[in-house]
Design a protein around this ligand. Structure first.
Ligand code: SAM
Ligand code: SF4
Length: 335
């Protein structure tokens, strides 16, 4: 499918925010069941409902033609989708031809197997989620995971030449005491660290309020051990950054609850079915799968215009609310 007449027209919303970044979920499935992310028993999508790799590549071309410069593959766990290396290679061919960067967010369980392929395909940075470096706790938080392959995956990624950023969800009573040691560990290895507040997305068995940990408090504690200097770095994403003085790394904080991050939002999120969401915290969406199959590029472009025109100003997450802000789990849109 060739880009249509809208090609060259950037996707700019009514608040003047230009969409240059797409998070693309390639599957809602995962080999872990992190307690804050998923319910223990999840109903996953039938495979026939997923976009094919060719459809994803077509969609990527349409996005690129509309000014998208960065694509992040995510999930669920992106590396558990069958033959995902083929998709990474297909999208990697777009780097330098409109696409500036292809990245990936992963839980790391399969990373050792994929690290070299990712680098060969043009990926240069990966985010790896790691909430604990204690094997027992890691298993508890993920409900089933082994820590060793994840640590091995992180090493393999670094050896393959990938910059690794660690994502850690800060969980009161579960990993709070590991945050400062994690920052030290990351500093030794040259991995940036981003801490994330739990967000109320989708029903899970746990009461998220029990483990909710406000990151302003965490930062004050870290400052007793590390010198943190606010960084001017802005990515259009939810994180605010601090330089960790005396190290090569940055600390990022994603604070949807204690500090809304929406004003500079530059992103939209594609679920594995081709549903595209304007905001992580709202249901505003367009369905692109049928349009990709039967509608032609003009129809997809028009739907993207509708999505961006209606992109909400921001989320209104409240951790104490009785119900999640939206029904879908984070694993549908991949963060
Ligand atoms: N499976 C991959 C992983 O874990 O990195 C990619 C998808 S995962 C949904 C993306 C990120 O979202 C992870 O860093 C995860 O910790 C985070 N996440 C999932 N559910 C969350 C929630 N309810 N609140 C905050 N972060 C969440
Ligand atoms: Fe899977 Fe990532 Fe969700 Fe954990 S956070 S259950 S690894 S999708």
């Amino acid at each position: 499918m060739q880009p249509a007449a809208h090609a060259g027209r950037d996707l700019v919303d009514r608040f003047g925010r230009q969409i240059s970044y797409v998070r693309l979920s390639v599957t809602d499935r995962c080999d872990l069941r992190c307690r804050y992310c998923m319910a223990e028993k999840m109903q996953f999508l039938p495979r026939r409902d997923l976009l094919s790799f060719e459809e994803i590549a077509t969609l990527a071309d349409l996005f690129i033609a509309r000014g998208v410069r960065r694509i992040r593959l995510t999930g669920g766990e992106p590396l558990v989708r069958r033959d995902v290396g083929r998709l990474v290679r297909m999208l990697g061919e777009r780097i330098g031809r409109g696409l500036e960067e292809l990245t990936l967010t992963t839980n790391g369980t399969q990373l050792a197997r994929f690290a070299a392929l990712l680098h060969e395909a043009g990926v240069r940075r990966v985010n790896v989620s790691l909430d604990s470096r204690d094997p027992e706790r890691f298993r508890y938080i993920t409900r089933r995971g082994d820590l060793a392959p994840v640590l091995h995956g992180i090493e393999a990624a670094a050896v393959a030449g990938l910059a690794v950023k660690i994502n850690m969800v800060a969980l009161r009573g579960l990993n709070e005491d590991e945050i400062a040691p994690m920052l030290g560990w990351c500093a030794e290895r040259g991995h940036d660290l981003t801490l994330i507040e739990t967000m109320p997305l989708g029903e899970v068995e746990e009461d998220r309020t029990c483990h909710y940990l406000p990151l302003d408090r965490v930062r004050r504690r870290l400052e007793e051990r590390f010198e943190l200097v606010p960084s001017l770095r802005r990515t259009g994403g939810p994180a605010r950054y601090w330089e960790v003085v005396g190290t090569r790394i940055r600390l990022g904080l994603i604070t949807p609850l204690t500090g809304n991050f929406c004003a500079g939002c530059n992103r939209i999120r594609v679920a594995a079915t081709g549903t595209v969401y304007g905001c992580l915290g709202h249901d505003q969406k367009v369905e692109l799968r049928d349009l990709l199959r039967n509608g032609g590029p003009g129809a997809v472009d028009a739907a993207l215009d509708r999505l961006v025109a209606g992109k909400p100003e921001g989320h209104d997450f409240r951790i104490e609310a009785a119900r999640p802000a939206v029904e879908r789990h984070m694993s549908v849109t991949g963060g």
